[in-house]
Design a protein around this ligand. Structure first.
Ligand SMILES: *[C@@H]1O[C@H](CO)[C@@H](O)[C@H](O)[C@H]1NC(C)=O
Ligand SMILES: *[C@@H]1O[C@H](CO)[C@@H](O)[C@H](O)[C@H]1NC(C)=O
Ligand SMILES: *[C@@H]1O[C@H](CO)[C@@H](O)[C@H](O)[C@H]1NC(C)=O
Length: 348
């Protein structure tokens, strides 16, 4: 039998004997937002959804898309107005009957974002009134923006087109309204370490959702502080996201390479986006995983999903008790379907 180790979860479990055999509590639905150059109907992303279902059977997975056509959805990961995209997703999820809303009309869900999908999900949470998120998990995201644009694949002309438009024009309205990565591009004055005027004035997305401007939006901070968990994964060898520490909201001095961690930054100390409040209640989680950008392993994902997704806390312990046996100290799923030995998950 394959052993799936879920040590953090086990600490929550109490293995008592007889409990009434009721139906397992329903896991929260899961919103998944893919990264740049990926598409919502890609095999890799479906593998992730299937895995979430294996760990928490009955999880309804909603794959966020800007177009039902997968190819157009991929193009929209390069081109479009991110604020308009986030607003569209907010409307779309409210139209989905399976994202059952409670009596107050609020959607309660977990959220999983890969790369830019991570900061877009955070923006969605901050701006979308009818959405309440329990766990937000991001992998290799650019929460503090990028200081350089990524290198495109040789034949990826959509990517090359996007990067070509940005060169020297990043702060024009034309680019900010159309090129997706430009809307989380962020420049700082190397002397003062402060965000530049160009960024603060013209950033189409990031400066707003990070509440870096005057007139900070308390509602944004309240939404983030209201999370139960915000789990931020950084790939240890990430060469695609520059700088990779952006995945933890850290700031990197482009000249010296010095890293200023989130807790030493004004965004945290003055709690512009609720991260400090969330941290003080123990809900802010910094994680690393070996490998480069989007180097994902099923086992690692399964453990993370087991720990942070599924039914709302409180119901979880009981449910796991019925699903899991112990062999020695190791948990074994009663379900016979097993995960392979560390198979990779391929995402763009
Ligand atoms: C992007 O869309 C938003 C919302 O529709 C709009 O308010 C904003 O002006 C647009 N930005 C640009 C640069 O066109
Ligand atoms: C950075 O800030 C310093 C001090 O305010 C200023 O003198 C300098 O011109 C700024 N550099 C750039 C590139 O804007
Ligand atoms: C960034 O590093 C350079 C080179 O070490 C240094 O001169 C500069 O003061 C640093 N900037 C900040 C904001 O610390």
């Amino acid at each position: 039998m394959h052993l799936l180790s879920l040590p953090p979860l086990l600490t929550l479990l109490v293995f008592t004997a007889a409990l009434p055999a009721t139906a397992p509590p329903k896991p929260l639905p899961l919103l998944v937002w893919h990264g740049l150059g990926d598409r919502y109907d890609a095999d890799g992303l479906r593998t992730v959804g299937a895995l979430a279902n294996k760990v928490h059977p009955g999880t309804y997975v909603y794959y966020i898309r800007l177009d039902e056509d997968g190819s157009s959805d991929r193009t929209a990961s390069f081109f479009g107005n991110v604020s308009a995209q986030v607003a569209q997703v907010c409307e779309d999820i409210k139209q989905d009957p399976q994202l059952a809303q409670d009596e107050d009309g609020v959607i309660r869900a977990d959220a999983l974002g890969f790369s830019q999908g991570g900061q877009f999900l955070r923006g969605l949470l901050e701006r979308c009134d009818g959405l309440s998120v329990r766990s937000l998990m991001t992998f290799g995201s650019q929460h503090n923006g990028i200081s350089e644009f990524q290198v495109c694949g040789s034949y990826d002309f959509v990517c090359k087109g996007a990067v070509a438009l940005v060169k020297g024009n990043a702060w024009t309205e034309y680019v900010q309204g159309r090129v997706v990565p430009a809307q989380y591009y962020r420049t700082v004055n190397e002397t003062t370490g402060k965000a530049t005027e160009g960024y603060l004035e013209h950033s189409g997305f990031l400066a707003d959702v990070n509440n870096e401007r005057e007139g900070k939006k308390a509602a944004y901070a309240a939404k983030v502080a209201g999370l139960e968990w915000f789990v931020m994964w950084v790939f240890e060898e990430d060469k695609t996201v520059i700088p990779k520490e952006s995945g933890w909201f850290a700031e990197v001095n482009g000249t010296s390479g010095d890293v200023t961690l989130l807790r030493d930054r004004a965004i945290y100390k003055e709690d512009w986006v609720g991260l400090r409040r969330l941290d003080e209640k123990g809900g802010l989680v910094f994680r690393t995983t070996p490998g480069g950008h989007m180097d994902l392993k099923q086992k690692m994902l399964a453990e993370a999903f087991g720990e942070y997704f599924g039914p709302e806390t409180g119901e979880k312990g009981d449910w796991f008790e019925r699903q899991v046996d112990l062999v020695g100290d190791a948990p074994v799923f009663r379900d016979q379907e097993r995960l392979g030995d560390d198979p990779k998950v391929y995402l763009a």
